[in-house]
Every structure is written in C-alpha cells, then in structure tokens.
Design a protein around this ligand. Sequence first.
Ligand code: SF4
Length: 154
Amino acid sequence: MEAMRRFINQLRAKSPWLLHFDCGSCNGCDIEILACLTPVYDVERFGIIHVGNPFHADLLLTSGTVNHRNKKVLANLYSQMPSPKIVVAIGACGLSGGIFREAYNVVGGIDKIIPVDVYVPGCPPKPEAIIDGVVLGLGKLQASQERSRERKEA
Ligand code: SF4
C-alpha cells in the first residue's frame, strides 16, 4: 500500500494538475497566466494539465486582489484540494492587494486567506516568470511529499 502511495505521489509531481483562480483586479495577470497555457509557452512540457475541478488539483495558481466577496470562494477552493498542495500567488495584486490594497472592500493578498508557497511579483509578471514560479512550486510539492513519506516511516 505504501509503495503504491509513493508511486502515485511520484506521478503527481511529474504530471501535476493545475487549478487557476482569478480573484479579480484588472485581469492583466490572468491574461499572462492563460498565455502560459498556449503552445507559445507550452507549460504542458512539464506534464502540467489545466483542470477546472479543485478535487483533482495539485497546484493552485491565483492572481488578483482578495476582497470580502471572493475570500470565501478562495478558501473553499483551497480546502477542496487534496494534500499535499501548492499555492502560487501571481502579480502585485495577489501578493499584497497591489494598487487596490487600500480600497474599502479589499482584504489584501492571497496569503491573508490561504498559505502561499511561491510568490511571483510583477504587474503583470511575464509568462516566463510565471512558469519559473510553477516549476519552483513543483519542487516544493515533491519535497512536501517526501517529508510526509518520511514522517510515516518514522
Ligand atoms: S498585478 Fe497588475 S496586471 Fe496583475 S491584476 Fe493587479 S493590476 Fe492587473
């Protein structure tokens, strides 16, 4: 059973499924994220597949400012993802609230609601920077799987 779990975790790290959620803002970051999925940048070369169901996702890619309206949706999506999971926050709005951070309905960055593993700054960041962030996140996903395996063996 343990060998099977280890095998499945290896497959998850080699072929991660990615969920994308945009909290809002100007959508500039959203457009750059979608560009990563096109054949020009070809994020699928890392085995990544874009999915719409949080129950199937290993990585959550988030952009935009968190506000009082979307914070519950963000928390809900995160809680529905299986562990271990990785969150990559994209752009100044996702990191801190960006230029909207002092607006009346703004909570702030993604990490005000859920834990963030990788921060990709920029307004908006280039697709290359987003891909770097995702690859960094994959390394953290693999390390987290290793840690949970070692804890079980100890
Ligand atoms: S960081 Fe800049 S480009 Fe990205 S959503 Fe915010 S304002 Fe738009």
